[in-house]
Write a protein that binds this ligand. Structure first.
Ligand code: SF4
Length: 333
């Protein structure tokens, strides 16, 4: 029996290189080693975007297209949409009943979400009842499939603590060992900053999307921050102080390329504009096969729909089994 993994991404629309390096690449690897359930979290998107739903469906589709293009294989992993598995909502109700309010209030996940909301809507933004329940819904996502491992970055380990607490509380209250405590599965993926040196994010307009064309990628690359102390192209540069471009080189270039860039930069033999132009080409080469595959799925939306519907049905089969056991354990009618 393989360990079971559940992980989701909010339906934010087209994904960027930060998602690729920090999450998707890892999922492509994990799908071969674990039984994987990967979902697009459209309910979680609603916790902060309940009043902006015009693109919700397309956003879900775009996430799935990016996953497929990057190599997540629907024949191996179960790909589903959270709202197409309504059993999660029912489990969420049961878990909400037994979760103390202060567990939710202190949860780092909720704090993060509230911070995002304040950034977008201002200091007076209201936290909805649904957003308050975010950590419990996240636990329902995980417990719905009785997952044993959750892929997380080092900064997200605390986010699954509440799920482990809820699992223990459920098992204690109903005198069972039905739910397993999910363990964090740490990933060592590269983190990439945005073109302005801050965290990469769609709303910060500092990202390069997986789906960007070669022209757009090349143009965006030219705006990347370099060594701010360098005034002229033949000034000796300081690659380690090159806030974005050299960091990208270390992620996307090979050892030889990084060595050459460092040496030429330090000797003032390489101008920043040329350096970034070359870097844009390297990134475009790397993403060329992924973008080609992406175009295929964009041109075949029915195929994507089929993958979503079939994956969600497959997830529901498992969810129904677990929910039926949960109802019995609680003693529902
Ligand atoms: Fe950065 Fe390249 Fe400019 Fe050096 S030459 S500062 S590595 S962009």
């Amino acid at each position: 029996m393989k360990d079971r993994i559940v992980t989701g991404m909010r339906s934010t629309g087209k994904l960027h290189l930060g998602h690729y390096l920090g999450v998707i690449q890892n999922l492509v690897k994990l799908q071969k080693e674990y039984e994987c359930f990967f979902f697009v979290a459209d309910w979680h998107a609603l916790t902060t975007k309940y009043d902006k739903t015009e693109n919700l469906k397309q956003d879900v589709t775009d996430v799935v297209i990016d996953w497929l293009a990057c190599g997540i294989d629907p024949d191996i992993a179960t790909i589903y949409v959270q709202s197409l598995v309504p059993e999660i909502a029912e489990l969420n109700v049961y878990l909400s009943m037994l979760t103390p309010q202060n567990w939710v209030e202190r949860d780092p996940c909720l704090k993060d979400m509230a911070k995002i909301l304040r950034t977008k809507q201002g200091a007076n933004s209201q936290i909805s009842y649904g957003l308050m329940g975010y950590p419990v819904l996240m636990s329902a996502d995980i417990m719905m499939f009785n997952a044993t491992a959750i892929p997380v970055g080092i900064d997200q380990v605390a986010h699954i603590e509440i799920t482990r607490d809820i699992v223990r509380r459920f098992n204690n209250i109903y005198k069972t060992d039905f739910f397993k405590e999910p363990k964090p599965l740490l990933n060592n993926c590269s983190l990439i900053c945005g073109l302005d040196g801050n965290k990469m994010g769609k709303s910060f307009q500092n990202d390069i999307k997986i789906s960007d064309t070669e022209e757009v990628t090349a143009k965006k690359m030219m705006s990347a921050i370099t060594d701010r102390s360098r005034m002229h192209k033949d000034d000796p540069g300081h690659p380690e102080n090159c806030e974005v471009a050299f960091k990208y080189w270390k992620i996307f270039g090979n050892e030889e390329q990084v060595k050459i860039v460092k040496c030429e930069c330090e000797k003032g033999l390489r101008g920043c504009a040329d350096c970034k132009r070359q870097l844009g080409k390297v990134i475009n080469e790397k993403f060329s096969p992924i973008r080609e595959k992406r175009r295929y799925y964009e041109e075949h939306p029915q195929e994507v729909d089929k993958i979503i519907i079939q994956g969600s049905e497959k997830a529901r089969v498992e969810a129904r089994k677990i929910l039926s056991d949960v109802r019995n354990i609680i003693g529902m009618y």
